[in-house]
Design a protein around this ligand. Sequence first.
Ligand code: HEM
Length: 204
Amino acid sequence: MLLAWRLAVFAAALCPFAWYAWQVYSGNGGPEPGQYLLLNFGVTALILLLVTLSLTPLMKLTRWKGFALVRRQLGLWTFSYAVLHLLCYLLFILGLDFSALGDDLVRRPYIIVGFAALLMLLALAVTSNRYAMKRLGKRWKALHRMVYAALALVLLHFFWVVRADMGEWLNYALVAAFLMALRIPVVSRRLSRVRPRRGVARRG
Ligand code: HEM
């Protein structure tokens, strides 16, 4: 059952990639397929980041360990889509002309913010295994709190891109604010108490 769940999550996370690739292949990627892929991979990475952050509150609320089981997988998917987004930038915007990178960073400083967010996601991805968890001990948890800083940077990056029309951005920012609020210790404790543990319920 849990293996099927993991496989289903894997397949679901692969779907956006397959869909965007199909759209471009069939000529539905618009006049600039490179830009189409860049934007969609970026938005998918952000959505997956938000989904990954919703897993712990969902687990607390339902006590279903399936949510925790796919946390690492979805974190790695988030990173993979962010890398695809970067590759699209290097390939379609920069045309692999790395000498133009300096000028572009001056012209569009939000790219520096995106890089910083990606570096954080990289640090989280490479330390998301049992070995790193053991080696880092208590520091692991502190390091993985960096995910909130990464989320804030991604939202800043996105805001900078779309500041003329903030409607879509606001939706993501509100979801992010809601998920952050759920992590406030007092809220998080209450969330854990929403449904009593089975043992406690039986005693009562
Ligand atoms: C590796 C560094 C990054 C680079 C070079 C980069 C570059 C870009 C560029 C060039 C754009 C499009 C600007 C335009 O409209 O022309 C963009 C938009 C965007 N990026 Fe990034 N980005 C980076 C990191 C990230 C990360 C880590 C995420 C999410 C996890 C992300 C999410 C987004 C989103 C959501 C948009 C807006 C998409 C839209 O307008 O529909 N980016 N980025």
